[in-house]
Design a protein around this ligand. Structure first.
Ligand SMILES: Nc1ncnc2c1ncn2[C@@H]1O[C@H](COP(=O)(O)OP(=O)(O)OP(=O)(O)O)[C@@H](O)[C@H]1O
Ligand SMILES: [Mg+2]
Length: 276
């Protein structure tokens, strides 16, 4: 689904901040990307969602070599990815309902479908009573859930979330991970960046750790397999394909209260199935 081989990244003439990054994300996988602030997590995510080009190396997304692909192909690839930005990027003058409906409207979905599916999804996120609020009227955790709803409303093949659990309390952070797990069970590959290694280690999902520009597979919490997804063709990367080892789906943690709503997010119907 996502493959990076010996990717390096520098901004301008600055020193390289990512060196020889090789990784594979398998379809249906659930991954945490950890690393201290400034380690390059957002940069790596941007390379994966095609907002930054690597300075060197190969990036393959949905079996397409992105360096060889034209702009239309890039756009089509990008539409298969849902992104939760570190700074949310909600549209301030739109209501919660309209923020979440936006990707569906852009994709040309029928208003009837939007009317049915968006409130249902927001109910699933525990935001059923905030449909007509504007982002400025929401708490940080609520804004984060709106950003997540917007990212998943079209059922992306890949969900990328940049620090979705930063600056919120532990209970809400656990709830968000449970929401990501539900989405993952429905078939979306999930990649979550967080600086909070201890938090990520509470889950048995696969870990990728950025340190001094390189990627490693850290030890996870006791009982949690440290299977990572490092790989690539470079002998110098020192990381053979450990990615075949798929961690069992996390069931170990006590489930926090799920948000009110249906057991699974509603399918946005055909609106999500945009021609690629
Ligand atoms: N557009 C840019 N131009 C120049 N340098 C940049 C740019 N974006 C990021 N950097 C630098 O790259 C390094 C990694 O930044 P990045 O945002 O990827 O880190 P991060 O791991 O996401 O950090 P945080 O946890 O604080 O979000 C930082 O030193 C940053 O200053
Ligand atoms: Mg970041």
């Amino acid at each position: 689904m996502v493959r990076l081989e010996n990717v390096g990244k520098r901004y301008g003439t600055d020193a390289e901040i990512l060196h020889d990054i090789s990784l594979t994300l398998d379809p249906g996988g659930f991954y945490f990307l950890t690393g201290v602030s400034g380690a390059g997590k957002t940069t790596l995510l941007k390379i994966i969602y095609l907002a930054e080009t690597p300075s060197r190396g190969l990036v393959s997304l949905f079996d397409t070599d992105v360096s060889a692909a034209d702009r239309a192909t890039h756009n089509a690839l990008r539409r298969r990815i849902g992104i939760v930005f570190q700074d949310f990027r909600l549209v301030e003058h739109l209501t919660v309902r309209d923020n979440v409906a936006l990707p569906l409207r852009i994709a040309g979905a029928a208003e009837r479908e939007i009317r049915e599916n968006v409130p249902e999804l927001l109910g699933w996120m525990g935001l059923e009573d905030k449909l007509n609020y504007h982002p400025a009227q929401l708490s940080g955790g609520e804004q984060q859930r709106v950003a997540i709803a917007r990212a998943i409303v079209r059922r992306p093949d890949l969900l990328i979330a940049d620090e979705p659990t930063g600056n919120i309390d532990d209970e809400i952070a656990m709830l968000l991970v449970r929401i990501f797990e539900r989405i993952n069970r429905l078939g979306t590959t999930v990649l979550i960046a967080t600086h909070d290694v201890a938090f990520a280690s509470r889950f048995s999902h696969r870990h990728l750790h950025l340190d001094r520009g390189g990627l490693s597979a850290p030890k996870t919490a006791p009982g949690a397999p440290a299977a990572a997804a490092l790989g690539g063709s470079s002998p110098s990367s020192g990381a053979a394909n450990l990615d075949q080892d798929s961690a069992p789906r996390d069931r170990a943690e006590a489930e926090p209260e799920a948000p009110a709503g249906p057991a699974d997010p509603p399918a946005p119907g055909d609106a999500s199935a945009e021609a690629q």
